[in-house]
Design a protein around this ligand. Structure first.
Ligand code: SF4
Length: 293
């Protein structure tokens, strides 16, 4: 991230609302990580997730508006959002007016949401539909990004969706934010074994370069220990040794209201120190993203 971007305290970066007007599934964010506009597809409107991350920003005190994804409506909302972004109409909206010129570009369409997108039963059909819309509009340069906790890659239907994604300028951003089973369970709160995540990431990283998303935080006042961070670097190295390619490690911290009150962001200096450690220990590319000033 360049210095100019580090200084942007913009509302558009803070407000990652998943709703846009009356949309159920499609939203837009100006993303620091994407360095442009990202059109997000919420494939989990029911807010159900197979993780229970302590830092999750999804408000689960109220139920989601609908349970299932209606593909016809999803397509309509996507086409409408593409029209708004590509025509510039989006930046007339109050929420997007402050967007700086260099960030007014469509970077990607991201499968994300209020849960794990690959758990959506229609995941492969949705990826196919989105790829078709992208093709029809000649948006070959626009990436399809899957933001995922990597829990489901071994399922056949998910594998099918991943193949379509990768055949259409797709990129996988997989969550990995622990080095040990114990810390993983403390942060991500799931019954899914840590090894499953590591195996799935390794498998996919053998096929395509993967972006690792690592959120580190202060848990009951304590940052991750040096041992935990060393173990995290070990896990990254194991993926590479097993033939996987890691394109980038994004180290970031809590930027919005977390699920648990005992969670707090790391300082910018702490994030920088983790980035430096990852670079030095693994030789991988790593980038910092910070919490609120
Ligand atoms: S995987 Fe994402 S949606 Fe699920 S609990 Fe974690 S942060 Fe929230």
């Amino acid at each position: 991230m360049d210095n100019e971007q580090r200084k942007l305290p913009l509302l558009v970066h803070r407000d990652h609302r998943r709703t846009f007007a009356d949309n159920l599934y499609v939203y837009a964010v100006v993303s620091r990580r994407s360095k442009g506009v990202s059109i997000g597809l919420n494939l989990n409107p029911d807010k159900v997730c197979n993780f229970g991350c302590v830092y999750c920003q999804v408000d689960r005190t109220t139920p989601g508006p609908v349970r299932d994804v209606d593909l016809v409506r999803l397509r309509d909302e996507l086409e409408d959002m593409l029209d708004r972004v590509l025509s510039g109409q989006l930046f007339e909206e109050e929420l997007f007016r402050q967007t700086p010129e260099p960030l007014r570009r469509l970077n990607d369409i991201a499968f994300s949401g209020d849960g794990e997108p690959t758990t959506c039963p229609e995941f492969p059909e949705i990826v196919e539909m989105v790829a078709e819309v992208k093709r029809q509009r000649g948006l070959d340069g626009v990436k399809l990004v899957l933001i995922t906790n990597a829990t489901m890659f071994h399922r056949e239907r998910v594998e099918q969706g991943l193949k379509t994604l990768l055949a259409n300028n797709g990129e996988i951003w997989a969550k990995l934010e622990a080095g040990t089973e114990d810390y993983y369970h403390q942060v991500d709160r799931t019954t899914i074994p840590f090894q499953r995540i590591l195996d799935n990431i390794t498998q996919v990283a053998r096929v395509t370069p993967v972006v690792i998303q690592a959120l580190f935080l202060r848990l009951r006042g304590e940052p991750p220990s040096q041992d935990e961070l060393a173990a995290f670097c070990d896990r990254l190295e194991e993926i590479v040794r097993a033939g996987g390619t890691i394109k980038l490690v994004q180290v970031y911290t809590v930027a919005r209201k977390p699920a648990e009150e005992y969670v707090a962001p790391l300082s910018a200096a702490e994030v920088d120190a983790i980035v430096a450690l990852v670079r030095q220990r693994t030789g991988l590319a790593a980038e910092p993203f910070y919490g609120p000033a």
